[in-house]
Write a protein that binds this ligand. Structure first.
Ligand code: SAM
Ligand code: SF4
Length: 334
């Protein structure tokens, strides 16, 4: 296929070819590092982009060189008829990679329809295999449904499946090794994600981040030595390791201890149609008004180009200047 006529390159020379699409800010569980327990304000349905609007925006992004799409939320599987959107996006010419991030609660019911709609890559969020701790972390007793979702996804043939586990110090230490064993038994990579300052309740504190180096130490003591996997794609955010015995591996999204901003290739659109050049951005650009206001594709394309041009170098979590964005993770789309 010929290269697209335009490319999204920012002021630091970073090429942007990845778009994360949040399809809802609603969720069926309440992870404490993401959502408040109650009184969550969700967008009115009229504020949320329709499938047609998402498809149009994705098509415009693809015409600018985006070739990777990931659906997220909130919990994307609570959005009615999600497989309909998946099939629209899978059909876009130029999309090389279509993936979904889910908490897995509704996956057993939807895995087959999602697979048949063209989805192949799944990240399933699971922090613990312990029912009590799952309840403590998510405030919902849904572990059995997530496990059933993982089984269903494996049975459908999704691949690769990865498990996202958020690494919060003082909370998940007992789960680090059991999760890695679970992954080794099933051919699933566990991705430990350092706790980021994007929680709705402002609980984040540097001292509550279970950093990649600490997890690596726990894994090598609990299971066995690991070795670095040389990364074929230097722009991929995860640090990859494999167990020296040849059985499986783990990854780390070390946003706090090893920020990967210099390699960033992502833009995001929120469920209410705001374009963001970074998870941590303090500003965002209203695309919904253009989509709904009769703007041409060319006008929207120009706006996306401007947003990427204005992108900052990085999030500066590790400096005194850092300011957490006003929107929490579930509202941005992690
Ligand atoms: N509901 C889906 C889920 O949980 O996977 C998709 C949305 S969720 C916001 C996306 C990912 O963000 C989750 O997989 C979880 O690992 C991660 N996450 C949520 N809050 C986080 C935080 N404060 N720090 C780091 N990762 C977080
Ligand atoms: Fe829901 Fe995902 Fe946030 Fe957990 S991390 S509350 S599953 S949106």
């Amino acid at each position: 296929m010929p290269e697209p006529p335009f490319q999204l390159v920012d002021g630091f020379g970073r090429l942007h070819d990845s778009l994360r699409i949040s399809v809802t800010d609603r969720c069926n569980i309440r992870c404490s590092y993401c959502m408040p327990e109650k009184d969550v304000h969700f967008f009115d349905r009229s504020e949320v982009l329709s499938f047609e609007e998402i498809e149009r925006f994705a098509r415009i992004a693809v015409s600018l060189g985006v070739n990777k799409l990931r659906l997220t939320g909130g919990e994307p599987l609570v959005r009615k008829d999600l497989p309909v959107l998946v099939s629209k996006l899978a059909a876009l010419e130029g999309v090389k990679d279509l993936a979904l991030t889910t908490n897995g609660v509704l996956l057993a019911e939807q895995a087959r329809a999602l697979y048949d709609a063209g989805l192949r890559r799944l990240n399933i969020h699971l922090d613990t295999l312990d029912r009590q701790r799952f309840l403590e972390i998510t405030r919902r007793d849904e572990l059995h449904r997530v496990l059933a979702g993982i089984d269903a996804a494996l049975a459908c043939g999704f691949g690769p499946i990865k498990i996202n586990a958020v690494a919060v110090k003082g909370l998940v230490e007992p789960d680090i090794v059991p999760l890695a064993r679970f992954g080794r038994e099933r051919g699933i990579e566990i991705r430990y994600i350092e706790f980021m300052p994007l929680d709705a309740q402002g609980l984040w504190d540097r001292g509550r981040v279970l950093v990649a180096a600490e997890i690596l130490r726990m894994l090598s003591e609990g299971i066995g030595p690991l070795e670095v996997v040389p990364d074929p794609d230097p722009r991929a955010p995860a640090l990859e390791y494999r167990f020296a015995d040849g059985i499986g591996g783990v990854g780390f999204i070390a946003s706090v201890s090893r920020p990967f901003c210099l390699n960033c290739n992502r833009i995001r659109i929120t469920s209410d149609g705001m374009l963001r050049y970074c998870l941590f951005a303090l500003e965002e650009t209203d695309v919904k008004s253009l989509l709904r206001g009769g703007a041409s594709d060319e006008e929207i394309r120009r706006l996306v180009g401007q947003v990427v041009s204005a992108k900052w170098l990085g999030h500066e979590i590790n400096t005194a200047k850092f300011v957490a964005p006003p929107r929490p993770m579930y509202s941005i789309g992690g």
